[in-house]
Design a protein around this ligand. Structure first.
Ligand SMILES: *Cc1c(COP(=O)(O)O)cnc(C)c1O
Length: 361
């Protein structure tokens, strides 16, 4: 097999190498059973142990309280955009949304199918290049819940602390691109959801951490698969679950645990991002696109002085084994996604390349 390169892809994204290797083995012969992971029953004892351990590791890692459930669902974070309002929001109620980027807008669009949406703050006026301050947020009187996107994968911004809704409204968070990149106080949330393919595993499984009282709010006439209570009752095995995805998430959670847990990974992520932002701040050719107080530690977005240089930069970087640096098609420029599993050596290599490129051009 040829060597692996530095993969800055925004998602699906890099996974820890020991996890990829363990998965390779499990696909062939899972846990010495003689049956491959893709080929074994989701009702088998071996797979039941996988899902139980994944949940347990998730609970330990984030100190998830007992009155919360951990669900492994399908349909991506995009399905949570409608599943959350479908279960919680009635036609005459209002949900507050904090609009900080493309993913927030998609969540808002879906919520409007079920009830009223009040946009309590938006950074669209400045191209989503900042996170609104608490003074800029205007909640409605009695929001059913407050929804925000903790890390904006496309714009490259990240909430440093979660917003604090008025009137104890439950806080719902799309944490797809920064879940478990730092400590999280689950108690402050009603629902935390994340598509796995950025920081947790492969595409096809969505982690949902939900407070138990919210599970029971869905109307009885919702389709069975779209009620949270269905999945809670069946231990995420109401229908055939994405077994490989759940296995990989479990292995990634163990990897974070062995790394030292959320505080240790947060420190590592800070160091990695600082390397790249410092180099960009010092550069005359490149500049970060996000206001310094709102910069994401996961997705570093930057531009060069002109588009021709950007195209050349991305092309030459790829030739040197630095792949996936092209910014999202809606914003252009460059984006270095440096999730949990992305190694510090790769950030150092990128910085070196930025300096070489600037010196040559
Ligand atoms: C990638 C992403 C999504 C979409 O996730 P899917 O699993 O593809 O539906 C939603 N929100 C954020 C913040 C993302 O980064």
């Amino acid at each position: 097999m040829s060597e692996r390169i530095y993969n800055f892809s925004a998602g699906p994204a890099i996974l820890p190498e020991p996890v990829v290797e363990a998965t390779q083995k499990a696909l062939w012969n899972f846990d010495g059973s003689g049956v491959g992971l893709m080929e074994c029953s989701h009702r088998s004892a071996a797979f039941s142990a996988v899902i139980e351990q994944a949940e347990e590791n998730c609970r330990k890692l984030a100190s998830i309280p007992d009155d919360y459930s951990v669900l492994f669902l399908q349909g991506g974070a995009s399905s949570q955009f409608y599943m959350a309002p479908m279960n919680l929001l009635k036609t005459d109620q209002t949900a507050d949304y904090l609009n900080t980027g493309s993913w927030s807008k998609k969540a808002i669009k879906e919520a409007k199918l079920f009830g009223n949406v009040h946009v309590a703050a938006s950074s669209e006026d400045e191209n989503f290049s900042y996170i609104p301050s608490s003074a800029q947020i205007r909640y409605s009187q009695t929001p059913r819940y407050v929804h925000f996107t903790s890390n904006n994968t496309i714009a490259g911004t990240e909430w440093k602390t979660e917003p604090t809704p008025a009137n104890h409204a439950p806080l719902i968070c799309d944490a797809s691109s920064d879940i478990f990149s730092r400590p999280i106080d689950v108690r402050k949330y009603g629902i935390i959801y994340a598509g796995a393919q950025k920081n947790l595993g492969p595409a096809g499984v969505t982690l949902v951490i939900i407070r138990n009282d919210l599970i029971e709010q869905g109307a009885d006439n919702l389709p069975t698969m779209l009620q949270y209570r269905t999945h809670k009752k069946a231990g995420s095995c109401f229908n055939t679950p994405p077994a490989v995805g759940i296995y990989v998430v479990g292995e990634v959670l163990k990897w974070i645990r062995d790394f030292g847990g959320l505080a240790a990974i947060a420190e590592y992520n800070q160091e990695k991002a600082k390397l790249v932002y410092d180099a960009l701040d010092q550069s005359k050719m490149f500049r970060p696109t996000v206001r310094p107080d709102s910069r994401s530690l996961m997705n570093v977005c930057f531009r060069a002085t002109n588009e021709a240089l950007e195209t050349q930069f991305i092309k030459e970087a790829k030739a040197q084994g630095l792949d996936g640096l092209k910014g999202h098609r809606s914003v252009g420029g460059m984006r270095a996604s440096i999730y949990n599993a992305f190694p510090q050596a790769g950030c150092a290599r990128l910085v070196e390349f930025i300096k070489e490129f600037e010196a040559k051009n």
